[in-house]
Design a binder for this molecule. Sequence first.
Ligand code: DAH
Length: 343
Amino acid sequence: MDINKIQNLKNQAISSILEAKSDRELEELRIAFLGRKGEITQLLKKIPSLNSSERKEMGQIANDVKRAVEQALADAKKAEAVKKIDIDKEWLDVTAPGKKPPLGHIHLVTETIKEITEIFTKIGFTRVAYPEVEWDWYSFGRLNMPANHPARDEWETLYIDKLKHKKYGRSVLTPHTSSGQVREMEKRKLPIRMLNIAKCYRRQSNVSHAPMFYQFETLVVDKGINVTHLKGTLDYFAQQYFGKDQKTRIRPFHFQFTEPSFEVDVTCTVCGGKGCQVCKGGWLELGGAGMVHPLVLKHGGIDPEKYSGFASGFGVERVLMMRHKIPDIRLLFGGDLRFLNQF
Ligand code: DAH
């Protein structure tokens, strides 16, 4: 096999490719050189029959030629494609406005927290924040629930075993915002008008309960505070948040940290109070409330002979689900845009 002949073949192939004037001509050249019966293909076929010393050298040269011709063909095809572009028809409007990336909005839960904050700060409450990982002491002990008291079972608490304190006991993921009550009293600033909105955790999961959720807690301590102040504040909240015709009702209940204690209902948002399948005779349950237990005041260093107070604790998700008629709490934490974009 003659090296010169091979080089000539390569030169011939490349110069024909460069002269080709159409895609069709290029295709004909490809077949002539690289097709099944093409000249270069034929050459490569002969290589295995050469003696071993020639085989290596020739094999390399022939392969280089094949690659060079393939490259020349590819380049020529690209050049043909560019030639087809009609420059007069192609244009770019540099003044056109850019495409805006999609923008999200504040999550419904965050929006509700903001709204609740505004409703209460308007009448003199101050928003506070307390630890998310809390001592048993503040979550239960100081709220009149001694160790092993059965009332604790209602909270389905998540304990953190590794953290224990001689005085404050075990640590927990705050099961309710009432943990902030005695912490607030310990600030030693009276009167108190506290609004504690925070994440709470309980071992629970169904359409209306999530393991992580938000509560908002009010605590008022001053001279001469009585149930009418509590009732007035509850009505004010219901009217601000649910609408001006809303009323609240308080029913006797039991909590360890309030005396008397109540469950609070609000006019049903579905039937407007007439009574329907969703509510109990025109009422929907909002949460718990009551007059602060004298012992809790004492635990916070406040003299119950001089001061009294009320407290309430409601679920943020619960009130917003009532207002927007959302059937499943998990929708709020799922991140599904088909749901979230409706708000
Ligand atoms: N902490 C209670 C709960 O999570 C709710 C509650 C009841 C809060 C009565 C209060 C109250 O402030 O007075 O179930």
